[in-house]
Write a protein that binds this ligand. Structure first.
Ligand SMILES: [Zn+2]
Length: 168
């Protein structure tokens, strides 16, 4: 989101030079730059000890394709805390291991996605209300169920890192 008015006081912003950034919207009343805003989110491939991946069906996203656990980072939390929390909330799982898997710009929604690979022991999934269905799917079968591989979809690059880590 590009600010035209100050999000705190409502004053119309002016363009002001900000070092290497060039011209940045500035609020003269608050004395603050108002940089473009975007959501910061996590997306986690959750795998178990049988090389299975948790795929979620969330009808508000799609009836056709499955996704990984994802969620918004809240102010005060870091990406790792958010990843542990979201996996617990959406699938009822405690992760034993969490590995960073890069960041991805999701153009469609203007979100920066922080990718992770999480490991958990296989057990029955306990779903949140946001999740209509979730299953453990063997990693070789997962791509055909996932959202299609296209620029901006973090699922596949994270999936490829996971498969490479298996060394198979
Ligand atoms: Zn202001």
């Amino acid at each position: 989101m590009h600010y035209v008015y100050c999000p705190e006081c409502g004053e119309k912003l002016i363009d002001k030079p900000a070092g290497d950034e060039g011209l940045v919207p500035f609020c003269e009343k608050c004395g603050k730059y108002r940089f473009d805003m975007f959501d910061s989110c996590v997306i986690i491939l959750v795998a178990n000890e049988f090389d299975e991946i948790a795929l979620l069906q969330q009808n508000y996203l799609s009836n056709e394709y499955r996704s990984f656990v994802a969620g918004y980072i809240k102010p005060g939390d870091n990406a790792e805390q958010t990843a542990y929390r979201e996996v617990k909330e959406e699938l009822g799982l405690d992760l034993d291991e969490l590995t960073y898997a890069g960041t991805y710009w999701f153009e469609l929604r203007g979100q920066l996605m922080h990718g992770f690979i999480g490991k958990a022991k296989k057990k029955e999934l306990v779903l949140s209300q946001e999740v209509n269905r979730a299953d453990w799917v063997h990693y070789e079968k997962a791509p055909e169920l996932m959202f299609p591989d296209m620029p901006g979809n973090a699922m596949h690059p994270i999936y490829r890192q996971y498969v490479a880590s298996l060394g198979k």
